[in-house]
Design a protein around this ligand. Sequence first.
Ligand code: ADP
Ligand code: ZN
Ligand code: ZN
Length: 747
Amino acid sequence: MTILSVAMPVPLRRSFDYRLPAGCDGPLLPGMRVLAPFGNRKLVGVLLAIKSHSELPEQQLKPINELLDSQPVLTPALMALCLWAASYYQHPIGDVLHNALPALLRKGQGTIRQQRWRLSHLGQGLGPDALKRAPKQAQLLSLLQRQASVDAESLSSEGISRAVLKALLERELVESFETEAAASYRERDTEAPLVLNAEQQLAFDSISLSEGYNCYLLEGVTGSGKTEVYLQLIHQCLERGQQALVLIPEIGLTPQTLGRFQRRFNCTIAVMHSGLSDRQRLLAWQWAGSGEASIVIGTRSAIFTPLDNPGLIIIDEEHDSSFKQQDGFRYNARDIAITRAHREGIPIVLGSATPGLETLHNALQGRYHHLQLTQRAGAALPPSYHLLDIRNIPMEDGFSPTLLSAIGAEIQAGNQVLVFINRRGFSPALMCFDCGFVAQCQNCDARMTVHYGERLLRCHHCEAQQALHRQCPHCNSAQLDFRGSGTERSEQALNRLFPGTQVIRIDRDTTSRKNAMSELIEEVYTGQPCILVGTQMLAKGHHFPDVTLVAIIDADGGLFSTDFRGPEKMGQLLVQVAGRAGRAAKPGRVLIQTLQPEHPLINALVDNHYHHYARALLAERQRSGLPPFGHLALVRAEAQQPEQAEAFLLALRQAVESAAASAAASAATSAATSAATSNTAPATRFFGPLPAPMARRAGFFRGQLLLAADQRKQLHQSLALLCHYSDQQPLARKLRWSVDVDPIDMY
Ligand code: ADP
Ligand code: ZN
Ligand code: ZN
């Protein structure tokens, strides 16, 4: 009997066996989808293996409803990658595979087939002047002589009517065919590559596309021309007839970035990001898998794109936290990319001005090739950094007088200014002067943020919102005070202080509408003097040639964060924002307001930019055994009853510890014969369970248990035990819990 082992999209860490119903024949291969009964539903699962024996008795096996594919939708390479990821992240394989599939395939639809037209055998024999007397037909002929085939869309964009097509079809010069692969691109003129400078050339020459897997860190200061190096590597990759996969952070995938790729290459580029329709996404996926697209460029989930003939992977801004999925399947696309490159035997380039400490450590240890670009490309100079001590200085809506006069001077001189404040909304706290009342979210341990323009209080951690108070709800005082500033307040203040100067605010609230971001950026590109005020959305990917001053309103947040990654993230963010200054002909300046002008970290950043700062942080991590010197996993649980999450986590901890203790006891018995085994390394250390830093969010009480180990293997053994135990706990089904391997946010 044929038994199908299927991964089903359910939160269970196992596969399920089904029977093949009679009459269902055709080839069976792993990576094909099936429709199969699960409980009282039918779900789309992915075939893992075909076997002849099941542990379940035959009569308990249900038949699948339907085999959905005639060939695998997931290639053997992707299947293997997903299996590896499921085990590494301790995540159910069914959900991992579901993450890897485009939505339409997840829902059970087939791949998209398109009608296209090409020259028939007869048509191919025609010379360029054959249809001279019918100019429209000649136009179509010439188009098909230049590109292999056309679809309806490209016909209409060329202004060729259906009647013309029909005429050529009737004369049997053109034939129609169906395909799921072909993308249509228009022949276009491409921009010539730039002449690399000496550092770029050295980096370029050091990266080999023909020697199989190697991981390269391209550490280049902002504006050093990393992108130009990527473009020339991709060019080389295409010349070898191979595909390049480029991952970019969510907010880095701007029309400007895409435009740079499109202007350079005359080939199909499959773009994968969250703004696509399901159909567009599936098409891009098919083009990548068939090899029609030579370049695939996308955000995090594009790491699961099938590639026909991969030759190179590039991760731009590799330190960016958007590569880590923060819910469900909590994978890090950068780390999966490195594994993928290794398995496919191809090179991978990680680029950043501010590499993550894990990556930097690997490079310093010699596991990655370390390439550096220390100078800005072209004529641009590095920006100069200055600290503004704001202790005891009277401030105006968050701005010190020195900062205001610097902004004024730049505007006077016809330049643009970027003001960075990493908080949206008007003010992060509404307080009563008379009784000390502070507006809190009812569902979260968090303050409500004032959104003044909307006259609303909003919680930034759940959906809660309410009308802005006019009076204190406790004492009826009208003396309400907005404490602290966000982008909205800074925008208002700048409008008041610099009348006549355009102030452009860029944050999640002003860019939520489709195309809003591009429209705002277009205004900046006019080069008119203006003040840009915004959150970290401004930090990455943008190239603002006329910005000469970057003002950082408050640099201190990250220094006192409870998260051990706080200083690393703060440093990266400040350097990235600062990197927007002086990127072209005009030199740039960065002014940083701080209450900690003597803090060694702030000073390291100002004196040596990221380079020494990051190395100082690494030394600190080594002293405390934190990543990359130790390995962490965070188990989170949340429940509607207080203490339930922590009780659950405590039971998990105790189960793993007692399993480890009995393993150690049996090891000790056998150690009577072999002294070496009693010297086993210390096992996994547990911290917690403890309440999460925000103990209540969206109405749930949240707890967390941290696992730490010096060796990855120990950590994974403990996690496997923990998951095994938890899967058998009835309580596990009553609350929400998750495992986060290599967490980057500790809340
Ligand atoms: P990065 O990706 O490191 O931030 P970019 O590749 O965006 O840097 O380059 C910054 C600017 O320098 C761009 O305007 C780019 O056109 C220019 N540039 C890059 N390489 C060169 C070069 N070799 N010669 C002249 N200009 C260059
Ligand atoms: Zn009050
Ligand atoms: Zn809330």
